[in-house]
Write a protein that binds this ligand. Sequence first.
Ligand code: ADQ
Length: 454
Amino acid sequence: MVIVSNRVPSPSGQGATAGGLAVALADVSTKGSMWFGWSGRRAEETSEEASVVLSESGVTYATIDIAERDYQRFYNGFANGALWPLLHYRTGLLRFNRPDYEAYRAVNRAFARALLPLLRPDDLVWIHDYQLMTMGEELRALGVENRIGFFLHVPFVPPSFLQVLPSADELVAALSACDVIGLQTSTDADMFLKNVTESLGVHPQPSGHYAYHGRAVAVITTPIGIDAVKFSKLAERAELAPEAARLHESLGNRKLVLGVDRLDYSKGLPLRFDAFGRLLYAYPQHRRAVNYLQIAARSRQEVGSYQSLRRELDRRAGDINGEFSDFDWVPLRYMTHPVNRNALAGFYRRANIGLVTPLRDGMNLVAKEYIAAQDPEDPGVLVLSRFAGAADELTEALIVNPIDADEVAAAIHQGLVMSLEERRARHDALFQKVCHTTARLFCETFLAHLRTRP
Ligand code: ADQ
């Protein structure tokens, strides 16, 4: 199996550069498989050949450098300046210009060319995410006949949104060069199929199959998950680790509301801050009795909309703390550097409320990690946006509309005062679910479809 993604984890397993994907795929990238992608280096020229490293575990890591000028246009320009906002329903933030799109296509082509000499005829190729939507088509143009799968980690939008993008039809056609296209939820799969009709004039079967240019394409739903049992054990140990102990000490008897996200406008952070402000305003019994910790790791800082988000959060955090702080209590703690996984697991376990309120999210693994990390005897409560893919499965969470700060505040309040009996009942049901839809099941399901010839 060849996994292709923009970022590739380091062969030593250190530094989870590819985030959730690296965690999810670590299990299946076993001996004999290859992980192919960008080295993380911006060079003078984009590499024509991959540099290949065989790790101790027998996984091959093959990476290419990307030229600085291509990187800016491909990554900051088209992938994160056009596709990311569009696929999160934020057309107002979409910036399109043709040179960015052309660089995106050129980088996808460079990926395909560098992968070609490394491919064996029976390899399964599994391409990941919105940065690489045209790579399958580039591989076909080079004569590759291998089975090719594509999985999109972010949501898919209806044609009325996708058509805003001048290259919409080309992207849908390029994806249709793959044999299997996987999406996080059935809604996303339906959206993609509607675009197949709109962009290509093709009417897929109810099963999600369609034919395009003589090739059969299968559109499937495979929600991504985590290794919940492993994460649960990590959290149990991490509770006693120094970081969690320091957090615990700093809180005293106060309850903890916790948010963990990349600093991204899709995560709904300004509205989340507002909701916490509404909680303190409308339910004064929680003043001095609760702390909200938001960990929002900086990302994509070269994109303008991310810089303005940062300033917006600084301002709102200042407003809330200015309004409600006392000389010995600051309600909102907000930090922008990442936290290591061990500390994070311990923080989740200590939190009475896991606050996950994205405006749109393909899945959201933080919601699943929060559930896995709880002490089953005294679990916390998950407050979850209905617009996260995870809400399709995690129906025993307190499901909210993140746009409505009063509704989110009411749900936080409900979670803070919820009886132990109800917390346990909800948690039992949620924990069973996160243990069922694991990272392993996600990979096995996708690969089973990829192996199956129609
Ligand atoms: P992301 O948008 O990155 O992923 P998410 O799934 O929540 O969103 O997080 C990925 C991982 O990063 C989690 O394992 C989390 O613990 C970690 N993480 C997040 N914030 C962190 C922080 N501040 N410090 C340290 N670690 C942090 C994309 C899609 C999602 C989809 C995933 C996987 O946007 O919808 O769930 O891919 O498919």
